[in-house]
Design a protein around this ligand. Structure first.
Ligand code: P53
Length: 476
């Protein structure tokens, strides 16, 4: 007897900018992902001022899913997918972001894509904003530091809900909205919110302002969606990297708790419709003058989410340092290596039990259904002499995580909607822009420099995952 509920949504996850390519086809505009170059070992992705000739922008072509989607969805169907998580590229619908009316060709593409999924009984699960806002909104308005984004985003959300309400039931507003808690970095604020900072600007304050506008926009979108169809399930999406105390020293425990607050208050606002007390006190202490109106607070109250989508790749650990009496979260200096777990070649700590812990933590805090919409192992794949790819390391990672997920459902009573491993087909890495950091059950012939035939090929994990789905997680 399967320990997972009948109708459990097994599937796979991707994001438009990381696989579609066709960056200028059928009227698509330039997105923030289109101005990011590919990184190399030790060199971060460069965010360029517009598209500069001669640079390598891996998302421009990606794996050309735009022209291969029928073949790819047929492979997902062969694995038995019940659902497929993707995002709608905002720039296909509103190429610059501030137009009054949408681009019909872009809308038609997603009609065709969703129809193709439904043909096989695959339920589309859709993120509205997954690191791909129109670049024009960055140049012209400064991205989400500008309140006008709320209007542009809700217009986009409204069009999508109306157009696809009979094809798409499960939605999420902002992918990994909490990544920008690491505002020191250039990547997260840019991909989450289209933020670029001038020297001397208070990055943290600007990030909280942008996040506030996003939270209000999300709440408005939830209300719009529910008014368009009460059938729609609209969730938030949180990157869940639980932060453990480095030791049982009380200061480490408190440090971890305070760090968790800084990373997860976003979920509190999405779920409870208000800011937790600790964040209000923190804003006061920092003298942040945030533009938060009475109307905003009402919108937050009225637009709480139906479920929590989460990604889970790794856990972190943090240590208290003596120069930090307020226990402020400092990811760049206080996160330490956890010696109890292993790490991937990219330094991501592998911790299957952390997934069970995370599911429990989220359920304890929010009492809402959960949906694991990303989990996976980025690794370099190599061909055997006979041309096959034996990705046992990926199978091992996924099996151990699925096992913990099942224990969370079976032993802990977690209400879990589904599981969609990340990058079910190889695609461009968000963090590094590389192709060689692969997650897929399906290999795509393309390298970091952009060379390759784009031919698709099943890895060993393809048949393994097919069997996992067929047995509802019994056969790992
Ligand atoms: P890549 C950082 C930490 C956790 C999740 O990431 C993250 C990131 C950003 O790199 O992003 C999510 O491709 C994201 C996906 C992304 C995936 O994790 O850097 O939602 O877009 O591809 C994996 O290995």
């Amino acid at each position: 007897m399967s320990k997972l509920p009948k109708g459990f949504l097994w599937g796979g996850a991707v994001a438009a900018h990381q696989l579609e390519g066709a960056w200028q086809t059928d009227g698509k505009g330039t997105s923030v992902a289109d101005v990011m170059t590919a990184a190399q070992a030790g060199v971060s992705r460069e965010i360029t001022e517009g598209v500069i000739a001669g640079k390598n922008y891996p998302n421009h072509e990606a794996i050309d899913f735009y022209h291969h989607y029928k073949e790819d969805i047929a492979l997902f169907a062969e694995m038995g997918f019940k659902c497929f998580r993707t995002s709608i590229a905002w720039t296909r619908i509103f190429p610059r972001g501030d137009e009054d009316s949408p681009n019909e060709d872009g809308l038609q593409f997603y009609d065709d894509l969703f129809d193709e999924c439904l043909k096989y009984g695959i339920e589309p699960v859709v993120t509205l904003s997954h690191f791909e806002m129109p670049y024009h909104l960055v140049e012209e308005y400064g991205g989400w530091r500008n309140r006008q984004m709320i209007e542009f985003f809700t217009r986009f959300a409204d069009i999508c809900f109306r157009r696809y309400k009979d094809k798409v039931k499960y939605w999420m507003t902002f992918n990994e909205i909490n990544n920008q808690a690491n505002y020191h970095d250039d990547f997260a604020p840019f991909t989450n919110s289209g933020l670029k900072f001038a020297a001397g600007e208070d990055r943290e304050q600007i990030m909280y302002q942008a996040a506030h506008y996003e939270l209000v926009a999300s709440a408005k979108a939830v209300q719009l969606g529910h008014a368009i169809s009460p059938e729609l399930q609209i969730g938030c999406m949180i990157a869940m990297c639980p932060i453990y105390p480095a030791s049982c020293q009380p200061a480490d425990v408190l440090m971890a708790q305070k760090a968790m607050e800084k990373r997860y208050f976003f979920a509190d606002v999405h779920v409870h419709g208000s800011y937790p007390g600790y964040m209000k006190r923190y804003f006061d202490r920092k003298n942040f003058a945030l533009d938060v109106t009475k109307e905003d607070l009402q919108e937050l109250q009225q637009g709480t989410v139906d479920y929590i989508g989460l990604s889970y790749y790794m856990s972190l650990a943090i240590e208290y340092k003596n120069d930090n009496p307020q226990f402020d979260y400092r990811e760049e200096s206080d996160i330490v290596r956890n010696e109890y777990v292993e790490a991937s070649d990219w330094g991501w700590q592998i911790d299957p039990e952390g997934l069970r812990y995370s599911l429990n933590w989220l359920q304890d805090h929010y009492h809402l259904p959960l949906f694991i919409v990303e989990n996976g192992f980025g690794a370099e794949d190599e061909f055997e002499e006979d041309g096959s790819i034996i990705d046992d390391y990926r199978i091992d990672y996924l099996a151990k995580h699925i096992e913990q997920m099942i224990r969370a459902v079976d032993e802990d009573g977690i209400e879990l909607m589904g599981y969609t491993p990340w990058g079910c087909i190889d695609l461009v890495s968000a963090g590094t822009g590389e192709m060689k950091k692969r997650y897929g059950f399906i290999y795509v012939d393309k390298d970091n420099e952009g060379n390759g035939t784009l031919e698709r090929k099943k890895k060993k994990s393809f048949d393994w995952y097919k069997q996992v789905i067929a047995t509802n997680g019994e056969d790992l």
